[in-house]
Design a binder for this molecule. Structure first.
Ligand code: SF4
Ligand code: SF4
Length: 347
């Protein structure tokens, strides 16, 4: 495949601030620009996942660097294998993977790794008649990789596929392979997080990681700290009024990522900006440890439609659980009130 390394490195340098690249990395990228060493190949595997991180990466558009993800992965980075994006298929694709695995390569894995039934619930490819499971592929390829990237929360910590009851025993890439990974979580992961981390690795720089093995420059601060609603009064009903959404379940206080300033979909918006809550999609234990996502804290019996005010009856300030419609003192919902509708949504 053709490699336009200079364009990619120029893009990373030009977009250093936006990508959150430290100055030291920019210097190394500039040095790399002057050198002529070949880039390591990238082998990208899709295990148990929805391919959402690949779709998210496909949203990468730029005027100044790689035009889109195809430009980035095919023309810029030497992508040896990606089951969704590559043109080759079947034996030809597997041959490329095997050839790349003989040299220096970065292994990027999207999705959790099923261990039950000896991994046979997730087959990745066939090699000379032998069906290779995600468990087998990851276990062998991770050993010799220059670096292993866990792309998305499934690969990083198990994520949604690894959620209760997890009948196929899906675990993270590091748990399945026994090899330490750089985790780039998110459900999905942000394209900038992926590109920024790969850029650092190409510059020969292993990013500083936090206690959850995430790049600290991207996941160092809580969502809540940079949320524009941090100083606002709390709202008690999704979609009614503007304010902090903690009372209705926002997990911004427990979640580390830079979504409020980075924004999503080519800087269009982010979860809280769109009126939803942060559901902690970048955190270990997502989704089980953060469910239910939405919470009811108050009785809505006395909800004042015109003023968006609540008259909280009988000291009812919250059961802490979703779907209960409030704790002690909550009145029985009157016919036609919002409570049945909200409870329905929460089921
Ligand atoms: S909406 Fe969420 S992230 Fe924003 S201030 Fe409230 S709790 Fe924090
Ligand atoms: S705001 Fe929260 S839920 Fe939304 S993408 Fe960021 S970390 Fe995930």
């Amino acid at each position: 495949m053709q490699i336009h390394r200079r364009e990619f490195l120029k893009y990373c340098i030009g977009s250093a601030a936006a990508l959150g690249l430290p100055l030291s990395v920019v210097g190394k990228l500039q040095n790399a620009l002057a050198a002529d060493a070949p880039l390591p190949k990238v082998i990208w595997l899709n295990a148990a996942n929805c391919t959402g991180c690949t779709v998210s990466l496909a949203n990468l558009f730029s005027d100044s660097g790689p035009a889109d993800v195809a430009d980035l992965l095919i023309n810029t980075i030497d992508l040896a294998f990606h089951p969704t994006l590559m043109g080759a298929a079947g034996d030809l694709a597997v041959a490329q993977l095997l050839e790349a695995s003989q040299g220096s390569y970065i292994l990027a894995i999207e999705g959790g790794i099923p261990r039950a039934f000896n991994g046979h619930t997730c087959m990745l490819y066939t090699n000379q008649g032998h069906e290779v499971t995600a468990l087998e592929a990851v276990s062998s390829l991770a050993q010799n990789a220059a670096c292993v990237l866990a792309i998305g929360t499934c690969a990083s910590y198990g994520g949604i596929p690894g959620g209760d009851p997890n009948p196929t025993d899906i675990v993270s890439v590091s748990a399945a392979s026994g090899v330490s990974t750089i985790n780039i979580p998110g459900c999905p992961s942000h394209p900038d997080w992926i590109v920024s981390t790969i850029a650092q690795l190409l510059a020969g720089n292993v990013p500083q990681l936090d206690s959850s093995s995430r790049p600290a420059n991207l996941f160092g601060r809580k969502i809540h700290e940079r949320c524009p609603r941090e100083d606002d009064d709390e709202v008690h009903t999704i979609g009614l009024g503007y304010g902090c959404l903690e009372e209705v379940g926002c997990k911004g206080e427990k979640t580390r990522a830079d979504c409020p300033t980075r924004l999503w979909n080519s800087k269009t918006n982010w979860c809280v900006g769109a009126g939803s809550i942060c559901i902690a999609c970048t955190e270990r234990g997502f989704p089980d440890n953060f469910s239910p996502f939405y919470e009811l804290r108050y009785s809505y019996t006395n909800y004042q439609k015109d003023s968006h005010e609540l008259v909280v009856g009988g000291g009812d300030n919250g059961s802490g659980g979703g779907g209960g419609g409030g704790g002690g003192g909550a009145e029985t919902p009157r016919k036609g009130s919002m409570v049945p509708i909200i409870n329905l949504l929460l089921k």
